[in-house]
Design a protein around this ligand. Structure first.
Ligand code: MN
Length: 129
């Protein structure tokens, strides 16, 4: 039985990105449990219920978007301490600046560069994995 050292919640509506993330974690971050939500609404429930060590949050989501979900996470005492890594295909400098100003801990543009993505996640999770 695997003993997970950290838990990460990934909120993403795109199934290909979700599948890619599943493989990145299996291969590069095997000691991290990856929880998955396809909507911000479900992600918020899972964030409160599981208190993950990191949330990876897509900006473009069908109901509440990533910015709105981030605001709710920040307003909730139970989840406001959890670092949130924003992801989106929006890659302009202004998009990145906007995301960081809104309070995302870090921001990564899609498509993911597997190596630098893994490094960023490790850094945000801190310590030995
Ligand atoms: Mn999306």
């Amino acid at each position: 039985m695997v003993e997970y050292k950290r838990t990460v919640l990934y909120v993403e509506d795109n199934q290909l990105n979700m599948a890619l993330m599943h493989h990145i974690f299996k291969r590069n971050l095997p000691s991290v449990l990856l929880l998955k939500a396809e909507t911000a609404e479900l992600g918020l429930i899972m964030a409160r219920g599981n208190l993950p060590d990191l949330i990876i949050l897509d900006i473009g989501l069908p109901g509440l978007n990533g910015f709105e979900a981030l605001e709710i996470l920040q307003q909730d005492e139970a989840t406001s301490h959890i670092p949130v890594l924003g992801t989106s295909a929006f890659a302009q400098a202004t998009d990145i600046e906007k995301a960081l100003n809104k309070g995302f801990t870090a921001y990564i543009t899609k498509p993911f560069q597997v190596k630098s993505f893994t490094e960023t996640v490790k850094k945000l999770l801190g310590g030995e994995l």
